[in-house]
Design a protein around this ligand. Structure first.
Ligand SMILES: [Mn+2]
Length: 268
């Protein structure tokens, strides 16, 4: 079936972020396909839509990147509520918070109310970088550092033994603290969820770390809509309030097979 003939999947809400238009990493073609395949009452652009940092260095703007912008603007004109929450890479737009351009509302953050009445705090997520900074080094140090720490641990305990002091495990502490990116992501999710709890909302939707996720922290649901650099994912709210992460590369691949329509129906 040709693209024009296929009816669009309709959702109550769509969240996308970390598109990084203006960079080679951006999967604009896939995003154009996504935008041509889905529709929603509300569309949230959760930051890092345009990569101002990269554009400042070198202008890279292929046609596909224009196609993304035009499709979003067209959508806003047709009556979809489009809310743009700039991130750190497009922070230049934050100065326009509260203003509207072609029907696109620019906000710093939003409270989204789901059809089943849950309040979700929507923000990009770089707000937590200051807190994460202390943990950032943990994400980059590798096995070498860990091995070195364990060597230090042995020396420390040799000395402690000589002084008649009990064993103290630096390596245990290090094992606990020195972890990989998985721990970094996990920590980010925890911090964001904690902030949501502090603000008495039911959940939080963010982007920033390019890792799509739906995860429960006590009473708080953490949602991350992922990115369009690697994951090519979107977060959607169905009309019955069900929330889902769409992995668009998988959906596109499945479309090539005969069971395609079934899968699209499943997604709807
Ligand atoms: Mn970001």
């Amino acid at each position: 079936m040709a693209r024009g003939e296929r009816s669009r999947l309709h959702f109550r809400t769509i969240w996308i972020s970390d598109i990084h238009l203006g960079t080679k990493g951006c999967n604009a073609g896939m995003l154009v396909d996504f935008l041509d395949s889905v529709d929603s009452d509300t569309l949230y652009l959760v930051g890092d839509i345009v990569d101002g940092w990269q554009l400042k260095k070198r202008v890279y703007w292929p046609t596909a990147h224009n196609d993304v912008v035009w499709r979003i603007m067209k959508r806003a004109r047709r009556g979809t509520r489009v809310i743009y929450i700039p991130g750190n890479h497009d922070e230049i737009f934050r100065q326009f918070t509260g203003m509207s351009f072609g029907g696109v509302e620019i906000r710093r953050k939003m409270i989204h109310t789901t059809v089943d009445g849950r309040k979700l705090l929507v923000l990009h997520g770089d707000e937590f970088d200051a807190i994460m900074l202390a943990h950032r080094w943990l994400a980059v140090v590798g096995d070498a550092a860990y091995t070195a720490l364990m060597a230090i641990n042995r020396r420390v305990n040799q000395a402690r033994r000589l002084l008649g002091m009990p064993y103290w495990s630096l390596s245990k502490m290090a094992k606990h603290k020195v972890k990989n990116a998985v721990a970094f992501i996990s920590r980010f999710e925890e911090i964001v969820a904690h902030e949501a709890e502090r603000r008495h909302v039911d959940g939080v939707v963010c982007g920033h770390i390019h890792t799509a996720e739906i995860r429960q922290f006590g009473d708080i649901t953490y949602y991350n809509d992922g990115d369009w650099v690697e994951g090519c994912t979107a977060l959607v709210e169905h009309h019955d309030g069900r929330m889902e992460i769409l992995h668009w590369a998988d959906i596109m691949a499945a479309r090539e097979t005969p069971e395609t329509d079934q899968l699209l129906e499943l997604a709807a």
